[in-house]
Design a protein around this ligand. Structure first.
Ligand code: COA
Length: 382
């Protein structure tokens, strides 16, 4: 396999983008990425999107986007894996370049979530319809069960859990693309409206419009285009049980563990080598469980460690310097690509006030549903 580099990135602001439809958002991100990478022509295109059919009544995104950004003729497909669609699209683009099939590959993710009235229903189509959604359980309810099980097993308090969104909102203040770039305090979290006990509004990632794109090429060609590039050093993906009741232990997300191990093995690094990580904090409890599965904390100790400041600047590892899904926003199909963009900014020293000092190796973790799919990337600055 050839080594693969990221040579340019582009994204929209995340939030309520009433003036842009799905193709406008994608085109903005894609054209910014191409300009950033100094490329005018691409060889292939991958688009991650979870449910463009139900959210924007538009399928066939690969060809639509290739045409709309002036690249008609290239092979172009959409990749779907629920909320991990963006990260999985990056993996497909990586494989395409690594295999030698194509040289310049555009990978993007997009979701237009605000145009439908009941976005929660659309999201629930990524759960097990017959056992979960038909019985009225949506994702806040599923993650609430994980939170209950974790709090009971490990003694995590409601106040400690609240420290996850408090930290992520603090990080987002320095992210100009974030949906909610403001600080919140303990009172705000504990007084926010109950969504699914024990999870409140401030424990939940929001409904978000947005798009994010990157350009990949073989590492040995990167310098032809730019002096700001990063290497994709490890890639790991895994599937897990789609229904929560099929997990052996509600406090574990085994697909995250498997994907993490595969990425660590490929990259030849351990959790101690990682300077920062962008994790899939769709709900506050998810960040804790994921950080444990990736080996940053022992099982049962991640919640308290993050509450004590081990997941922020000056702690053990900076988790979600971008603000994470909670505060940066979560346009589901775009999220995995946006995580890679944050890692690119950090590793090329372009993250401004949220820069992690001396960042050399970063990780991204993107997952679908309640752990039904996961993809992890390890990136290295050059
Ligand atoms: N964090 C912070 N503020 C939020 C927010 C969030 N997650 N969600 C909404 N808000 C704000 C809105 O901006 C709005 O503020 P305003 O009154 O000043 O305009 C207010 O809270 C109410 O917003 P509204 O859209 O009416 O909230 P809602 O009750 O319809 O939706 C959730 C809130 C949490 C139910 C919804 O965001 C949700 O379903 N999130 C989970 C998404 C999800 O499952 N993703 C996939 C994960 S696997």
């Amino acid at each position: 396999m050839r080594d693969v580099a990221i040579i340019g990135v582009g994204m929209t602001k995340f939030g309520e983008l009433w003036e842009q439809n799905i193709r406008d958002m994608f085109a903005e991100a894609a054209l910014k990425a191409m300009e950033n990478a100094n490329v005018e022509k691409i060889d292939a295109l991958y688009v991650g999107a979870m449910s463009s059919g139900l959210y924007a009544f538009q399928e066939h995104l690969g060809s639509l986007m290739a045409d709309y950004i002036g690249q008609v003729g290239v092979p172009a497909v959409r990749i779907e894996s629920a909320c991990s669609s963006g990260g999985q699209a990056v993996r497909m683009g990586f494989l395409d370049v690594a295999s030698g099939m194509h040289d310049i590959v555009l990978v993007g993710g997009v979701e237009k979530m605000w145009d439908v009235e009941d976005g929660t229903f659309v999201l629930a189509t990524a759960s097990d319809q017959e056992y979960e959604a038909y019985n009225g359980v949506t994702f806040p309810g599923l993650y609430a069960m994980i939170a209950r099980a974790y709090m009971e097993k490990y003694g995590l308090t409601r106040e400690e859990l609240a420290q996850v969104p408090i930290k992520n909102h603090k990080h987002a203040v320095n992210n100009p693309n974030a949906q909610y770039p403001f600080e919140i305090d303990l009172k705000t979290v504990l007084n926010s409206s109950m969504v699914a006990d024990p999870l409140r509004l401030m424990d939940c990632s929001p409904i978000t419009d947005g798009a994010a794109c990157i350009i990949l090429c073989p590492l040995d060609r990167a310098k032809e285009f730019t002096d700001k590039y990063v290497k994709i050093r490890g890639v790991g993906a895994a599937s897990g049980p789609i229904a929560l009741h099929d997990h052996k232990d509600l406090t574990r997300l085994e697909a995250v563990f498997l994907a993490g191990q595969r990425a660590y093995n490929m990259a030849g690094v351990t959790p101690n080598d990682i300077n920062f990580v962008e994790v899939h904090d769709c709900f506050s409890i998810a960040e804790i469980v994921v950080a444990e599965e990736l080996g940053f904390f022992e099982y049962g100790k991640g919640g308290k460690a993050i509450a004590e400041g081990q997941g922020t600047y000056g702690g053990k590892i900076v988790i979600n310097p971008s603000g994470g899904l909670k505060a940066k926003g979560h346009p589901v199909g775009a999220t995995g690509v946006a995580q890679i963009i944050e890692a690119y900014y950090q590793l090329t020293n372009q993250a401004g006030k949220r820069q992690v000092q001396n960042a050399r190796i970063g990780m991204t973790q993107n997952m679908g549903g309640s752990g039904g799919s996961c993809v992890v990337h390890i990136l290295e600055g050059m």
